[in-house]
Design a protein around this ligand. Structure first.
Ligand code: HEC
Ligand code: HEC
Ligand code: HEC
Length: 158
């Protein structure tokens, strides 16, 4: 795992970008009157909750969800961090926090919130485990010339 290394890099980036944002943001705010940076819109029709609600309360959703998962072993997908990343990964970097314009990072740099999440959690959607999913068929196909092999393998419950 190179999570620590990339977190270090990210923090450095965040600090640099934060410093830059202090000077760069003022005119944007003055002209646009907006209290947030430009955010890439998430995938799909809408967020997991009302957008306004998400702006204010996403941290609580994530923390509660984490507490539920870690302490009670409950796993729901509705407020999962993986879900956030699936929908909010940048089309440019493929990540929510690799670059200063990425979804989670840009807003947090702007508001000077630092997350330790990326210490352990990937900032990019997981690749579909296609190779792993293919192993059973690859194994039965690998038995090669015997035409009965796939049938026998398929019938096994193990
Ligand atoms: C020290 C390592 C570590 C840190 C730091 C950390 N997590 Fe986790 N987190 C885990 C592990 C381990 C799991 C359980 C395995 C899994 O589901 O990936 C988990 C699971 C979760 C889950 C449930 C699974 C999912 O994808 O929804 C959420 C939500 C979550 N963490 C959010 C956070 C948030 C938000 C932060 C930052 C504030 C954070 N975590 C920081 C290790 C960490
Ligand atoms: C199914 C895709 C999807 C998932 C999953 C998802 N989002 Fe969203 N999210 C969106 C879309 C689309 C919008 C824009 C909605 C709008 O413009 O009204 C959005 C908006 C937001 C906003 C407001 C952005 C702004 O413009 O101010 C925040 C904050 C947010 N999401 C955080 C999260 C977090 C945190 C998670 C995980 C708990 C998450 N989202 C999961 C699609 C998703
Ligand atoms: C619209 C701006 C915005 C976006 C987009 C955004 N955040 Fe936040 N986030 C904030 C603000 C502001 C806070 C601090 C709120 C507070 O302290 O009350 C925060 C706090 C958090 C916290 C709690 C940190 C702590 O130490 O208490 C977590 C966890 C978090 N955000 C996760 C995420 C994740 C993951 C994403 C991307 C999927 C994301 N946020 C996107 C604005 C945003």
């Amino acid at each position: 795992m190179n999570g620590m290394a990339s977190l270090g890099k990210w923090l450095k980036l965040a600090l640099l970008a934060g410093a830059a944002a202090l000077t760069a943001v003022a005119p944007y705010q003055a002209t646009a009157g907006s209290a947030k940076p430009m955010l890439e819109r998430g995938k799909g029709e809408q967020c997991v909750e009302d957008t306004q609600f998400m702006r204010r309360n996403h941290m609580d959703l994530l923390k509660h969800h984490r507490d539920d998962t870690m302490r009670k072993g409950i796993r729901t997908t509705k407020h999962s961090l993986k879900g956030c990343i699936e929908c909010h990964a940048s089309t440019k970097t493929g990540s929510v926090a690799a670059g200063k314009d990425d979804f989670c990072a840009s807003c947090h740099i702007y508001t000077a919130v630092k997350l330790d999440c990326w210490d352990c959690h990937a900032t990019k959607p997981m690749k579909k485990p296609a190779a792993a999913a293919n192993i059973p068929s690859a194994v039965s196909a690998g038995t090669g010339s015997n035409p009965l092999a796939p049938v026998q393998a398929g019938g096994k419950t193990q």
